[in-house]
Structures are given as C-alpha cells and as structure tokens.
Design a protein around this ligand. Sequence first.
Ligand code: M6R
Length: 618
Amino acid sequence: MCGIVGYIGAQTSSTAQEVVLSGLERLEYRGYDSAGVAVLDGECVAMRKRAGRVADLRAVLAEEPLAQSPAAIGHTRWATHGIPSDRNSHPHLSADGRVAIVHNGIIENAPQLRNDLIAQGIEFASDTDSEVIAHMLGKAVAERGDLTQAMLGVVARLEGSFAVVATYAGQPDRLVGARRNSPLVVGLGDEENFFGSDVVAFVGRTKEAMAVGQDQIVTLTAHEVTVTDFAGNQAHAEKFSVDWNLETAMHDGYPTFMDKEIHEQPSAVAETLRGRTTPDGHLKLDELRIEEYELRAIDKIIVVACGTAAYAGHVAKYAIEHWCRIPVEVELAHEFRYRDPIVTSKTLVVAISQSGETMDTLMAVRHASEQGARVLAIVNTYASTIAREADAVLYTHAGPEIAVASTKAFTAQITATYLLGLYLAQLRGNKFVDEIAGYLEELHAMPQRMEFVLEQEEQIRELARTMAEVNSVLFLGRHVGFPIALEGALKLKELAYIHAEGFAAGELKHGPIALVEDDLPIFVIAPTPRRPLLHSKVMSNIHEVIARGARAIVIAEEGDSAVDDHATAIIRVPHSTPTLMMPLVTVIPLQIFASELASVKGFDVDKPRNLAKSVTVD
Ligand code: M6R
C-alpha cells in the first residue's frame, strides 16, 4: 500500500518533478487518499502535498510551482497511521527542512521513537508513524554529513516494515532508499535512475531494473547505483528487464483500467500458456526450481492467498485433486500462520498473488518455509518479494493489472494453477501424455471462448443499468461454480458497495434461502447439462428461489434450454466448455456486471473506496 517514486538525473530540470508525478499517477492503484512531491531547492527541500488524488496535487503545483531540480521524490498514500489529510500526506521533512522522506510500511516502534524525539525538542508536523524517519535522518545526517551513512544508522533503530526513499539538500546528486518487508525497485536509465514501489513507476523510461533485496540500502546518483546491507557491507541486488511497456499501463481507449483488463483476459490466458510445451507434447515449466523427485514425493498441497487470488486457489483445488489425486487445502494466508497448520517437507505450499507483495501471503510463505515445506509462488509481478522468497515461481503473464479489482490476474492465476496441476500429473504419472495434451488443447481454446462471452458485454451492462437501485445480490454455484459465486460477490462488494454474498448452491436450504424475497437478484452459475446430476441440482435451486419471488440471472451453456423459461436473464457461455474450464468464462459476466453497476452508481471503478491494490501491511 502507498506508492513511492524517486528520480535522480544528471541535469537540473523540470524532468524530475514530471517523472515523479506521472509515476505517481500510474502507482495510484497502491493508495489514493493523498499525494505529495518534494524537490531540492537550494539549501532546503521544498514540497507540495495534499489530501486527494495526484490530480489534486497537480492543481496545487500549477498554482504554487516548485523549483527545478535534479532530484525529486513522491508518494501516493493509503492511510494507516493518521487520517488522510494535508498534514499527514508524504513527504515528511526533518526539523531543519534539509531532508525529506517518503515511506511505505508501518514503523511499529514509532511511538517510542516519537517520544524520544519530542524529548529532544523535535516538533512533529503530522500524526504519522513515518515522520520519525525524517527527523531521525535529519539528526543523523547533521552528525555524519552523508545520507547513506545516516540511513544506515536510522534503519538499525526501526522496527516494522518500510520502503523509504530520502533526499538531502546537502547532497543534491543522490537519493538513498532502504527496504525491509515492503517493496522497492530501482530503474536503471541513461544518465538517470529511479526508485519505485514497482516497475510501473518508471515504465516507459527504462526497461532495465534492479530488485532491492530485503534489508538493503541503495544509494542512487544519475550514473551510479551502490547497494549495501544494513551493516554497510557491499551487497548484490538482482537485475532484471521490464517487459511491460507504457501502453500496457494506460487505459488504451477504455473508460477504465478495469474495463481494459476485463478485455485483456483472453490474451492474459494465452500469454500464461505460451511456450509451455515441448515439440513432443510434454508440458514444461522452466521456471520451477524444485527438483522433480521432490515434486513426486509431495503428499499434500496447501494454497495460501487472499481475496480473489484465494478464489483462484479454490478453483484450482477441484482440478488438481481430480488430475493428481493429491489433497489440496486452500487457506486464507492471514489465517494460515496463526493456526499451527500441519506442514511437512512433503507439503507443497502454493502462494498465489498478483502483486507478489501481499504481506499476509508473504508471511504465510515465510511460515511455510520455516516449517520445512517447499513453496511455489504463482505471481504476476516479476521480481516481487514473494517470487524471490519462494523456492520456485510460476509467472502469470497477464501484464500490469492497475485496477484495484482483480480480473485478468484471476483468470491467469487459474490458468497457471492448471498448468501446475497438469505438470504434477505428468511427473507423477497420474495422466497419460495424450490426456495431458487434451487438457492443454482445451486450455488453449479458452481465449476464444472468453471472447464469446465478451461479445455479450452490452447485454450485461444493460442488465446492470436496470439494477442501479438494488441493495443486495446473491450468487449461487456448485462445484467450480461455487468459488466463482464467491468471486462475483466480492467484485460487487468492492466496487458497488452493496450487500453481495456467494453461496454453494447446495447450502441454500441450510440458511441463506431465508434471505430470498421478492425481486432479489440472484446470479446462478449453471453447470453444463453434460453433467446431468450437477445440472439438475442447480435447476432445482433455480426453481426454489424463483418460487420465493427472486429474479434468477443465469449463466448457462449455449443450448442449455432448461433455463429458458425460468431465468429473468440468461448469459451464455460457449457450448462444449469442459466443466473444469468453466470458471474462465463464467466469471467474465460477473466482472462486467460489477464494473457497470459501480459506474452507474457514480463510483470510481478503478479505485474503490478504502482499498488499495497491493496490501503490503498485515
Ligand atoms: O496481489 P494479490 O493477488 O496478493 O492480492 C490479493 C487480494 O488483495 C486481491 O485479490 C483483492 O482481493 C482484489 N482487490 C479483489 O478484486
């Protein structure tokens, strides 16, 4: 949560400020309750900061411009300590106004540090935990005369999580960053270098990047990057190239990032599948760094994830258990490490995360490793912390997901878990090569099937427009339709701010049916009629809710006429979609519906209230 950008160039110019502002605009998905920027201005640091969006900050800067500078730092905030307000916005300044910092994370010992500083006569200008860093750095740099040395002294006294970037008027040729448990990357440019919470901060200016490791300090000048550990020893930070470009981080003519990302799903799935088979039809997962004998010995899989990523795990459970006959548990990452889970060296923990930075999932990964499990990460963001700390990584190639509501990451995650399941089945001999090739063929057919559903977009949006006044929606599904019902409800809650709940359809009569009343909209995800037992059960559920006055909006296979006379509206998914592949198509109407309902209600589709894209605090 919170986005950080830093820029240092060889020249004093307006570039620094503009690079930081446009980086902040792209990072706004990480937090958007306030924003600020600081530049060097002679003997001091000057800054502008405001509650609100980066657009509000730009308006302030238009009226009160800052000086041109070789360096700038900026921040877009998701409040943890202190309400969103001008004074709590970042950057924060040292008492003498010569040091400014931006911070992402939580300083757990801030109250003690703050009391110490107050006792030394420091006056605080905000209610944040972060401001202690500015004052400590200000004092340390006054003593040591060097920002890197000062940072070394300060991080030794900080507890909690932090990615911090600092600028100091006494050394205008450098920025210094430090990282513990919060994300920070470096962009390596030509006569310019960057800090960012992720590569989106500097995408379009450089394709070369460096992942700042845990407990590392990085000193950036326009020409040089120096990395040390927290003891001051020279350290290594891994370089990587950024394959995301500016276009992938832009709206591209769609009204919102979410709409664009919904439409990018066929290609996200296709990209995630690309290059995974050998000429003789075998599945290969090159990135996996776990030995084959270890994968063969696995006797249990535990998926750890949060939110939408956890629902991808729920879908995966059906497929992996069916293909590999390995028990799969799916656990919310924040519950996992507090309940003494049974984890052995034969347990494969699969951490699913779009950002690769979700703190709860990261902590679950660490807990699993400590317990002796092998950890495999399914991650979208290259060189993210979870990707680096896991034993193995399988990347989804969905491209940057900017909208807070996860869409293309979800379908790409399901695809990646299916690749994993099929790979394990191949390795362990649960399935013959031709069977695996058959499943892969079906997976490769999914992008086209997804397009079929996307073609019904206008009908789905029209349906949403007729429901602007509803204040409760239920979602029902069985088998793989159940996690999709949960995901549909989550999308609606987070975007349209209304009561929405997903249920396993079989659970209806055990309580939830009491919620059904006249006109209540209920989305029902119908299984294919080619699974008659499952299908007939869901048909009964439809009858039960209609009999009680509900409106059934049914997502059904093409040609499934059983629903024709009962549904208020029908959204079709392509005929012959295998049951296990259904989630990749049935989720799309629910995403479109939530996006449209939010926009009809006048809400910000990409930046729903109270949320941030990447939950980097636990
Ligand atoms: O980056 P991650 O995939 O780890 O994020 C996990 C959840 O925070 C995320 O999926 C969240 O539930 C989405 N906002 C849902 O749309």
